[in-house]
Each structure stands twice: as structure tokens, then as C-alpha cells.
Write a protein of this length. Sequence first.
Length: 753
Amino acid sequence: METVAPSCSFDVEIPEWLQTCLLADGQESSFEVTGMSPADNSLVCRAFEFGYRLHECQRRASGEPYICHPIAVAGLLRDLGGGSSMIAAGFLHDVIEDTEVTPEELEKLFGAEVRQLVEGVTKLSKFNFSSKTEHQAENFRRMFLAMARDIRVIVVKLADRLHNMRTLEHLKDIKRRRIAQETLDIFAPLANRLGIGRFKWELEDLSFKYLEPEAYREMQELVAEKRADREARLAKVTETLRDRLKAAKINCFDISGRPKHLYGIYQKMQRQQKQFHEIYDVAAMRLVVTTNEECYRALAIVHDAFRPIPGRFKDYIGLPKPNRYQSLHTGVIGNKGRPIEVQIRTLEMHHVAEYGIAAHWKYKEKGSGYTQLSGSDEKFTWLRQLLEWQSDLKDAQEYLDNIKDNLFDEDVYVFTPQGDVMPLKRGATPIDFAYRIHTEVGNHCAGAKVNDRMVPLSATLKNGDIVEIMTQKNSRPSLDWLNFVATNTARNRIRQWYKRSHRDENIARGRDLLEKELGKNGFESCLKSEPMQTVAQRNNYQNVEDLLAGLGYGEVTLNQVVNRLRDIVKTAQAIEEIQPIEAVVAPSNLRNQFKKNPNAKKSPIAGVEGLVYHIAGCCKPVPGESIVGIVTMGSRGISIHRQGCPNADNIPGDRLVPVSWNFAEEDNGSHQTYPIDISIEAIDRVGVLNDVLSRLKDNNVNVRSAQVTTHPGKPAIIELGIDILDRQQLERVFTQVKQMSDILNIRRLSRTV
């Protein structure tokens, strides 16, 4: 290979493994030297040279040559056991974003697989995980979709993040804290989920260092102070165990002790409200043996040599963690009466614990296909579930809640009657278990047995329970289940079933809402038009009927539908195709058409100056809505109604008075409010009324009256009398209340007289 000679002279330290690859490039015996075939070794070397040339004059915030970062990332990926395409992607992961190289050029030079990986990492780099809920949820959706297409993308991204965290001190404090928080919230749990323990621990400790610098330094000092005593104790324990294992003819590859990582100790102190000297298991002893059988024999030797601590034994070999971590954990009283945690595992288990997915994932380095998520690979059940929810959960907060449930470790492990292990969130019930098996199992659950005994569906499951779900064809979910289920998976499936089971009602309600907004003229042709189908698709619905159903139960707001329809029909083609719609849709937001009348400061209604008038109690219009005045037969003067009010439909034209809002303020300078009545259909649970009232309080809405009606197994009906400034505030309130996960529908009440 031609020697790299960039125009900018950099003193770049080339790691030994890369020097070996460069020296072996072009030699037939490269596999013996580098562990890679000549073709693979050539790919790695070409990627390094290409990245070197592209980044030759760039520097990092630290002042060092930028190429040092790709070299470090590629080295981390090599240490994880990544193949040549993955290592090449490490060298090139920033070239699309930071240079003028196009994806097409990258594919031409290095193949489609390297391009796929680099493009995936580039897209992940653009995500902002600290943004608002809706954007954050969308970023998660895209990230997990990228992982499913090729899970190596996220592994490359984790290596990129780890090296960035190692050099974070060169950035400004506010940026350091933002990146550290993002790392602790997102990337460390992802590393844990993929089983890459060495990444997870370091990411957590580095985040801890920048988020809690004082606590980090204190933990460092406390661990260092006890170092000599700890090492002496561990050395004595090591000597004892080594002699006993040798006597039992157990081949032990390694016996070593180490302090637990700082963030783990700090978390335990915070969680248990204890001081450092009260945390005993700050050190762990690890035994690496040959076979599973030797693991259990070694456990017996440990328990014979030292007194075991009750309740501190965990068998992760028989019950692996969701990230496939396997080991025996036991707590024993060591020398001088100090507890020590002992971990026992095979060499293969140790490799999985350190390298996670890289230890058991098969990378396809040959051919044109990409590494896909296997439907039969139980290691990634959690990821498949997150992908399934992409289409089911349109509410951003619900989707984020499900991610939090599934990104972090589950705590309870139960069995199916066939002996399969099922991880669940602590506090889970048979209903949670049923929905974890399959949605239809949960929807038709009629009863449950735990350890061959009938239990209530609200019973809390414990580690080791054998759970059997009994189903009946006619059984249906009960809204009461929402009061005790522990997982968001079950909660959302129950809500979805309820919404689907009332689909016809929801479609009718959505149709009614849209018709009132657009008017009856041409409404049916509008529903069948191409622009309305486009509106449905842009709101993630397959057809207009699905859109109406979503509108009916509050999954999408009336404002979203009308505004998107208005945007579409404004195009020349749409106006030609459905000319009548523009006339119907355009006037729907009339607020900007109304101007303040400086000569009518005493009245908010223009057109009734000097006359007696009142706001109609049947439809209770608010500023911003189209209104009409009706001359009453009695002494109450002019009654102000909303246009379209049923009580104004059959009034003779000679009794109608043209009126409008002039948005005048009262003399005291405060905005005048108008009373309206609303009805909210909500899932019946403790605290739902308080949550609704809190949302109204956040919008400065006064509640004059409240009435709640409940019936067993049915939604709660909350009727509220509230004071509203104008239509804009009303729409904002409706939108925010509809976004609450337990709200099925919200509507404005009118009465016919």
C-alpha cells in the first residue's frame, strides 16, 4: 500500500493493531498476522487511508488531529470483535457529515454494507434526545428502526459516544452536561441492553463525572482510601478459593477481584440511603471456569469456604438476564467479617458479559445482504416489541413510557407452563404476563393460575412463579385492569382494545366533529377526495375512515386535520379538483378577520351597540367563533348564538342580526371570560379528575363546576363548567386534554331548547 502522506503534517500515533494491518496489506499470509483475510485486511487499510486523507486538516476541540477519533472508534469496534466492514465504518463514520463525500461515492469505494453502516450512524448523530416529547419520540422510533435494519449501527454509535465521552473535558460546561445526561439516559442503558458491560460501566462513570463532579470525586477518594485494605482481603479470599478449586480439580481460568464501578456504588448509596461505610459489597470476586457444571461445583466450594448471606444468591445461568448475561452471583462473609460478592461464570459467559451482542451476533460480511433482526432470535424480543409499537402507539408520551419500561432491566422472572422464562417489570400481574405472551392472550384472559393455584388477576408475580393463563373466546378486557397492571404494554393494549371495540361510535363522532367544522355543503365529496386521503396518510392513517376513528377518540385533533386539509387544497391542483372545499375550509379560522372596534369598548359584540343582548346558554359561543344575533320574542333583547347552532336553524331571516366579535377588553384591563360546558370521557381510575383539573390549571382556565358519573366496567364521564377567553384557548385546552393517555374523548356540550 502506498504510504499516506497528507498535505498537513500531523504527529498521529498509530496503534499497534493498525500498524500490523498496514504492514500485512497485500500479503497472502495476512490472516496469520492480523486474523483477517487479505480482502478484509485490505478493506480496513483502505478505509483508514481514505479517512486519514479526508480529515487531514481537521482538528478536534482538544487540538489533536481529528483522525485520532476515527482511529479510536475503529479500535473499540475491533476489541468488540467486529468484522472488517464494521471496523471500516469506524474509520469512516464521520465522513458523510463532516466532508463532501457522498454516500454513493462511499458505496463505490467500499461497498454497500459499509455505506449502510456509515449512513445509519450519520442519521443517529443528528438526533436530539433532549428535545420536546413529540420530537424525542420520533427520534427513538427512527433509532430503533435503524437498529432493526442492522444492529451494528448502534454498536458503532456506542463506540463513537464512548470515545467522545473520554475526551469530553475539552468542551464547554453546558455542552458537557447535556451530552453526559443524554449518555446516561439513552446510551448507557442501550449498551446494557446489548450486553456490552465494558461500555455500559465506563459510559455511566464518565457521565457521573460531569453531572455530579463533587460526588464523583468523593467516591474516588473513598474507594482509594479503602484500596489497601480491600486488596489485602481479596488476596486472602483468592488464595483460599484457588487452593480449594485446585483440590476439587476444577480448572479455573481466572480468579480476580475488583471494586464495583463508581456510579453503581453511588446509586446504591442513594437508593438505600446509606453512607459509604455501610455499603459492604463495593468489591466483587470473579471466578471463570470451564463448564456450567463446574460453575455450580465452584458455588458449593465458595459456600463451604465462607458463610453465605441469606437472600443474596442469584442464578443468572438458569435465568439469564434479557441481555443474555449469565453468571452465578452470591454474597458471602469473607475475612474480617466483611461481605464480598462472588460471581461465577464460564469463559464464554464472561465474553458475553464483557462484549454483549458482539459475542453472539453473526455479522454477514459477505454478499449483498445486511444483518437483519431475526424473528426467532429471543435475544432481541425487547427490540421487536418496540418496533411493533411503532405503528400502534401514536401518542408520543405513551411510546416514551414503553421505551423506559423496556430499555432498562426487568426485575421479575417467571415461567410459562412449558418452562420458558419471561422477564417482567417488578410488580407485574397475570394480566401483564398475558399481554407479554401475546395481545390476543391478554384480550381473552379469563383467569390465571400461579404455581397451579387460582389467583386474582391483580396478584403480584414473584421470581420463579409458574404462570398459566386461562382464556375464553367471549372474554374481553376490563377497564378495571388499568387500576393494577404494572407495564405500559398491558395498559396500552387494554386502551387500544377499548378504542377498537367502539370503532363505529368513534367514526360517527369524528364524522360529526369534522362536518360541524367544515359545514354540510360538499362534506361527503370532501371525505372522498384525494386531498382528504392525503391528510389521512400524513397523520399516519391508511384511509379516511381510520382518520375519522382517530379523530373520534382523540388520537388526532380537529385542528390538525383541518389545518392540513387547508394546506393541501391551497395548491392549484387541489383547488381545481375540489373547488367547493376552499370556500368551506378557508373561513374555519375567523379570528384574524375580526378587528377591534375602538368605538365599541363597552361591548365585546359588534353590531349590537346600544341594544340589550345576552350570550345564548344553549351553544355558549366564545370569541373567535362565527356568531349570529337573534331578536328574542321577550324582553331579553338579542341572543348571540354560534353559527350552526340547532336553535338558530329555523329562525326567520327578519329576526337575524349580523354581529361579530370585536375582542374589546373590559375597563379594568383584564380579559373577559365566557362560560362553556364540556364533557370528558375517561378511563375510570383513581386521580383522573385531578389530572384533568391540573391540565386546565396549567392553561389558566377557571373551573366553575364539576360532576363525575361512573359505572362499573365503563368509562367515567366528567362534565365541567369552565371559563374560556376565546376559541384559541379552547382549542389549546382540547388538544392538551386529548393528549392525556387516559382520555378517550372530549367534546363541547350544547343543549337544544
